[in-house]
Ligand binder design. Structure first.
Ligand SMILES: Nc1ncnc2c1ncn2[C@@H]1O[C@H](COP(=O)(O)OP(=O)(O)O)[C@@H](O)[C@H]1O
Ligand SMILES: [Mg+2]
Length: 342
């Protein structure tokens, strides 16, 4: 394949680590992706992301970025914006789609706008802690409390009464300034992988504790999976269609993993969409891909093949200029660190 051979000549940076609470998951995905790319003959290098990521990216001289990051700064549009500015094509969704998907409330607003089913919810700011009972009003129980912009079930808890609600909300505020309270849906949890705009399959997941908590999501043996999800053919088809639409309305690219619940009454609900799902030997996406006929290496190569710049087409510039230009005279170069006032 022409694209593949072109990519084999490029220096590919696997961006991993990052500054979010999901750093560990990111490092595992990054190691796996790096090893797979090397085994398949790519010129891959590991790029550990921290606050100095801009310097590291300039020095590493990578031509394509494979994003193995998670959570804040990595999955929310920040690193995507930096890569756009540096002109380095990257895997996954662009700035806006990443930011919208990371914010569970904004994502739900878009689902509702496009008539996609999602559980009822309301949002709290810190002042709400003064009178949570009034804020909650007649919303009812049980509910699921989540920080608006986290992942991997960090800060997520079920509350069955006002006391548990207060505890869960206070805990969620440790992770974010906005907290969402969502109606708890009893049913089967299904996660659907969407690759290049096509839903490739849905896997049913459950954990011993009921909710898929951080431990269940990140540790082997805590979750039970069934692929494909044990739903009737029309219901399974419905779940794939809704997930594909969710990917579309948020404007996502490359690979995404859509969290859904099919209620005991048979209704489908969208919970959220992950723009950079983990890809390790034990994670869900490779299992779904395998069911769709893609082995692990094929999956990684397909994701890599979709890397591009979203804001300005695929026009990379190879020459990076370490000097800052003045605003008035383009030809004037300032010493590093200096800047002009106008
Ligand atoms: N409304 C809900 N009803 C039932 N379970 C839920 C609901 N929302 C979340 N959960 C459970 O909590 C887990 C984490 O919630 P999710 O919204 O996917 O956030 P995260 O970004 O942390 O994965 C889900 O995988 C599911 O097991
Ligand atoms: Mg989730």
């Amino acid at each position: 394949m022409r694209i593949e051979s072109e990519l084999k000549r490029k220096k590919i940076g696997v961006l991993m680590g990052g500054m979010s609470s999901e750093r560990e998951v990111s490092l595992r995905t990054g190691e796996t992706v790096y090893q797979t790319l090397v085994d398949r003959g790519y010129n891959a290098t590991k790029v550990f992301v921290d606050r100095d990521v801009d310097l590291v990216l300039r020095q590493a001289g990578i031509e394509v970025a494979f994003l193995a990051l998670r959570g804040r700064f990595g999955e929310d549009g920040c690193i995507q914006g930096l890569l756009e500015i540096l002109g380095i094509p990257y895997t996954g969704s662009g700035v806006i789609a990443s930011a919208l998907s990371m914010n569970k409330v904004k994502a739900k607003e878009l689902f509702r706008l496009h008539n996609l089913p999602t559980p009822p919810y309301y949002v709290l700011g810190r002042p709400a802690l003064d009178d949570l009972v009034t804020e909650h009003g007649s919303f009812g129980f049980p509910v699921v409390v989540k920080p608006v912009c986290e992942g991997s079930s960090i800060g997520v808890a079920i509350a069955r009464n006002h006391e548990e609600l207060r505890q869960a909300v206070e805990n969620a505020f440790l992770f974010d300034d906005a907290v969402m309270v969502e109606r708890h849906i009893r049913g089967v949890e299904v996660q659907v992988a969407v690759l290049d705009g096509q839903a490739i399959g849905g896997i049913e997941v459950s954990s011993k504790g009921g909710m898929l908590d951080y431990q269940a999501k990140t540790m082997l043996g805590r979750t039970t999976c069934h692929f494909p999800a044990r739903l009737s053919p029309p219901r399974y088809h419905g779940v794939l269609v809704q997930a594909q639409k969710a990917h579309q309305v948020l404007g996502c690219k490359g690979l995404t993993l859509v969290d859904m619940i099919v209620s005991d009454l048979g209704n489908e609900y969208l919970l959220e969409l992950n723009t950079l799902p983990s890809i390790t030997a034990t994670s869900l996406v490779p299992k779904i891909a395998h069911g769709a006929g893609l082995d692990f290496g094929d999956l990684i190569e397909t994701v890599l093949g979709s890397a591009c710049l979203k804001a300005r087409g695929d026009q990379t510039y190879q020459e990076r200029d370490p000097y800052q230009h003045g605003f008035q005279r383009d030809d004037e170069q300032l010493a590093p660190g200096a800047f002009t006032a106008n």
